[in-house]
Design a protein around this ligand. Sequence first.
Ligand SMILES: [Zn+2]
Length: 300
Amino acid sequence: MVPIIITMDLEIAYDHSINDQRKILDRLNADLKRIGLPITIFTTSEAATEFKDEIRRLKSAGHNICCHGYDHGITENYRTMDQCSINEFIKISTNNIENIIQDKVDSFRGPGFSTSSETQNILLKYGYNSDYSVCSQRLDFMNSIGGNFKWLNSPRMPYHPSEHDPYKKGSSPLWVIPLSSIGLPFISGSLYLFGLSFMRKFYILLLKEAIRVGKPIVYLFHSYEFCRYTGNHLGNEITKGSNRTPQKLIHKFYGSDINKKYEDNHNLMKYLISFKNTKLFTSVNYSKHLENFENENTLL
Ligand SMILES: [Zn+2]
């Protein structure tokens, strides 16, 4: 059985219609319900506040709400921030999201996949059990603010990180669950660049490896990708002077047909769970699965 973990990053993209970003959450909720798909949603604290009602509806529909940091601003890089700022951002964001969903937040993904040993130690302090901020063997690491050449050598299987290096195995009780990648990351950006039939073939390759070594497959998309691009990255429909980074050049090649992106993404997700030997997990279920597996192996 291959665990499939579908993840969505939810941040406010000020260069896209904010109204669309609110509406898309209910549309996703309805469509995911139709295909019986609970997913793992990494939301920024800012997006959780702004889309409070939508997030609560997603939570009651069975989706797992996790933390994607505070507001995805330019300075919010968990790879480079000092310990004090990391602690503040994680403390405020965790409290806020937990307050909104009235439940514990168990997993974290840093904005732009940024993380560090300090971050992981602080995550443990606030009760997290997994960090989804590593893309092992992703070649285009420079396209993410948290990108690190160490990704090229980091484990492809879920691992306990070293207390001094988030990209190496060690004895921290935290789990790192890497995003699936074979040079190219298994994300919606790759879908928009190369198309649905390419992504299906990509998935089959990942599936073969996963069956052989017992690893999960982790996919990522963003909700703002299905919303109209305004180009106004300093737009202040909600907060004046947002400091979110402008859209990266590569996004210009993703195409502008947001309905096609939505349909392709929806069809890919359906395809991911259409195989008999796969099982869909949310991050919270997957952590339990890993714990059980570890306990059984300790007992042997
Ligand atoms: Zn993000």
